[in-house]
Design a protein around this ligand. Structure first.
Ligand code: GTP
Ligand code: MG
Length: 205
């Protein structure tokens, strides 16, 4: 897919303010600092579209971007930001769960995982929650430019073994780097294919 346009639409703290669900939508989620906003910029080839930061907790709202006037990309706040207060964490978690539960046009969640890390409890719990709520997701391993090929393959294999302990069927798994563009074609192909199954009538009844 060619990205002809990528435009910021609106930021919301509440799902009620999000754009009408008239287009298929894809959201990026994962631990704070995992690289959600950077990956959105890489996919859109616009370095400053979504705000990024070396300090965790940068994205605090639900941010909608309109792509090619055909579909939405959504940048979400990260979960598990250790230095957030209890109230802030509660608020982030409310934003995320309300959003996921409240968007009938959400085709798929891209759950981002740092390729360098062992499986994290907070990601496990989040994936478990997605499973219980029958939310379709794809896993994207980020920051692959930080490791060599062998290390990437062995970390990926270890993560798959870990997933197989819980899941009968594995979700699609993609490797990515916001630095090198790795994964861009695969992610866009996936979106292009999934867009075909968007059923406007059933969700806008
Ligand atoms: P929050 O909005 O705080 O939840 O973070 P986020 O997940 O949106 O992360 P963000 O895109 O802001 O990136 C966090 C840090 O990781 C920044 O310093 C980025 O430059 C860096 N980063 C993100 N993706 C990559 C990548 O693929 N490779 C490398 N080397 N650094 C990356
Ligand atoms: Mg962000």
């Amino acid at each position: 897919m060619i990205i002809r346009s990528a435009d910021f639409v609106i930021s919301n703290s509440d799902v009620k303010g999000c754009p009408q669900p008239r287009l298929p939508e894809y959201a990026f989620i994962g631990r704070s600092n995992v690289g959600k906003s950077s990956l959105i910029n890489m996919i859109c080839q616009r370095s400053k579209l979504a705000k990024t930061s070396g300090t965790p907790g940068k994205t605090q709202l639900i941010n909608h971007f309109n792509i090619n006037t055909d579909w939405f990309l959504v940048d979400l706040p990260g979960y598990g930001y250790a230095r957030a207060s209890k109230d802030q964490r509660k608020e982030f978690s409310r934003v995320i769960t309300d959003y996921i539960g409240g968007r009938p046009n959400l085709m798929n969640l891209f759950v981002l995982i740092d390729i360098r890390l062992e499986p994290q409890k907070i990601d496990n719990e989040f994936l478990q929650w997605l499973g219980e709520n029958a939310i379709p997701f794809v896993l994207i391993f980020t920051k692959c430019d930080k490791l060599g090929t062998n290390q990437i393959q062995s970390n990926l294999a270890a993560y798959k073994r870990h997933l197989k302990q819980v899941w009968d069927e594995l979700p699609p798994l993609f490797l990515s780097s916001a630095e090198t563009g790795l994964g861009r074609d695969e992610i866009l192909n996936y979106i292009e294919e999934t867009n075909k199954s968007f059923d406007f009538k059933s969700i806008n009844r």
